[in-house]
Design a protein around this ligand. Structure first.
Ligand code: ZN
Ligand code: ZN
Length: 120
């Protein structure tokens, strides 16, 4: 079971869903080794159901992040971590679960507040 929360900007209603444990994935060995796909392409996310797929190895987690400079959303791979935004190269990136009280990059005026919890 996973717990998530919705983060909402107090000014512009920009909102994001944040799940505390990110998006787990496994690498499909067949796709990687036999079909020759890249590591990124061979990823199988198993958010629902939370069962690793058959034949998967090298498990990791894609953790959703928001760039506080350009507002782009992207995932940081736990196995290949990055500390800058892939769109604008800004180091001002933030884990969605840690957005509370950060300034909203869409409007630049509001801050994020948690708007209730969700269970999956
Ligand atoms: Zn805003
Ligand atoms: Zn950015």
């Amino acid at each position: 079971m996973a717990q998530g929360t919705t983060m909402v900007c107090t000014n512009c209603q920009f909102s994001l869903e944040a799940w505390e444990d990110g998006n787990p994935y496994g690498i499909d060995a067949d796709k990687l080794l036999i079909e020759g796909l890249s590591r990124q392409e061979a990823k199988v996310h198993f958010y629902h159901p939370r069962q690793p797929p058959d034949g998967a190895f090298e498990f990791g987690v894609d953790v959703p992040h928001l760039c506080l400079a350009c507002a782009s959303e992207f995932c940081v791979d736990s196995e290949e971590p990055t500390s800058t935004c892939p769109s604008c190269q800004s180091p001002k990136i933030c884990d969605l679960c840690e957005l509370e009280s950060k300034t909203c990059p869409k409007c630049g005026r509001g801050t994020f507040v948690s708007d209730g919890f969700m269970i999956s």
